[in-house]
Design a protein around this ligand. Structure first.
Ligand SMILES: NC(=O)c1ccc[n+]([C@@H]2O[C@H](COP(=O)([O-])OP(=O)(O)OC[C@H]3O[C@@H](n4cnc5c(N)ncnc54)[C@H](OP(=O)(O)O)[C@@H]3O)[C@@H](O)[C@H]2O)c1
Length: 277
């Protein structure tokens, strides 16, 4: 009997990660699903084709240990999906060093650690695919997501460079770029960067939060992003970027065709951000 293909996915306790596990199972894959807390109730403990591994992507030692274990358990795997992440939002002035470091450590360094752990295996095997879950926020800067944008822009640059470096070994890299998705991203996973009332950001924070709240409410289902991830994993060509969902695609095209700073002017208007200059 031929072995089912295997995918390794980070951050599978909710949202996009969880929907991606479910989709790959339906498509006949085996899944090495990682979570920060595998003892919390989850839908996967009884599933035959899912094995759970406890993993916090900020823990280098654990990342290396789990990668080695997964490779051994499955006698090699075919795909790695860097999905774990969260968004810090608010004025940069209100961010502590710890908040900034944690955002970069999770969204950017987390993916770097996982890739470094699996690259030697994929290189030796002469095959494998990394899918990094970036965001429209990895292509276009929007108000108040400053450090989150930095983490996703960094992930985009890293992945684009690795395209050249890993291709000679038959290893593919892909970026999935969702717009707003209805998950825990704007709920329990969200981290607020807070300034005091005198600093004068209050109305910007209020207006932008209202605007984003509407986007997230009407956002894509995580299943839509899961489908894009599946497509990226199976894409054998040179395509690097996979925008996901209507808003992401719309913004990407708008950003390309609008002259100069129009998108920033329109975004400021829509977000109710007045300028003093
Ligand atoms: N939702 C959106 O609108 C949207 C749009 C574009 C891109 N994205 C990206 O999509 C990815 C998944 O987010 P989501 O929308 O599905 O949100 P979510 O429902 O909050 O899921 C985030 C997942 O990441 C995990 N995670 C956070 N920090 C971690 C760490 N240090 N180590 C391991 N796992 C960690 C969470 O685990 P715990 O349960 O332990 O917290 C959770 O499983 C993120 O990279 C996000 O930036 C989301």
């Amino acid at each position: 009997m031929t072995k089912k293909p295997t995918v390794f996915i980070t951050g599978t306790s909710s949202g996009i990660g969880k929907a991606t596990v479910e989709l790959f199972i339906r498509k006949g894959w085996q899944v090495a699903a990682t979570m920060r807390n595998i003892s919390a109730p989850n839908d996967f403990s009884e599933m035959e084709d899912v094995r759970l591994y406890q993993l916090d992507v900020t823990n280098s030692e654990l990342v290396n240990e789990v990668a080695r274990k997964v490779w051994e358990d499955y006698n090699g795997i075919e795909a790695v999906i860097n999905n774990a992440g969260y968004g810090a939002i608010g004025p940069l002035e209100g961010a502590t060093e710890e908040q900034i470091a944690k955002q970069m450590d999770t969204n950017f360094m987390g993916s770097v650690r996982i890739m470094k752990a699996f690259i030697p295996f994929f290189r030796e095997k002469r095959g494998g695919v990394f899918v990094n879950v970036s965001s429209i926020a990895g292509r276009i800067g929007m108000p108040l997501y400053n450090i989150y944008h930095a983490s996703k822009f960094a992930l985009e640059g890293l992945t684009e460079s690795l395209y050249y470096e890993l291709r000679p070994f038959g290893v593919r890299v892909k970026l999935v770029e969702p717009g707003p998705v209805r998950t825990e991203f704007n709920g329990r996973s969200r981290e607020d960067l807070i300034t005091n009332d005198q600093a004068g950001y209050k109305h910007i924070v209020l207006n932008v939060n209202n605007l984003y709240g509407g986007f997230f409410e009407k956002g894509d289902l995580p299943e839509t992003t899961a489908k894009t991830i599946y497509k990226a994993v199976n894409s054998k060509g040179s395509r690097l970027r996979f925008p996901s969902g209507i808003l992401a695609k719309f913004l990407m095209v708008t950003n390309k065709i609008l002259p100069g700073n129009w998108l920033r002017v329109i975004t400021s208007k829509v977000a109710g951000i007045k300028s003093e200059i």
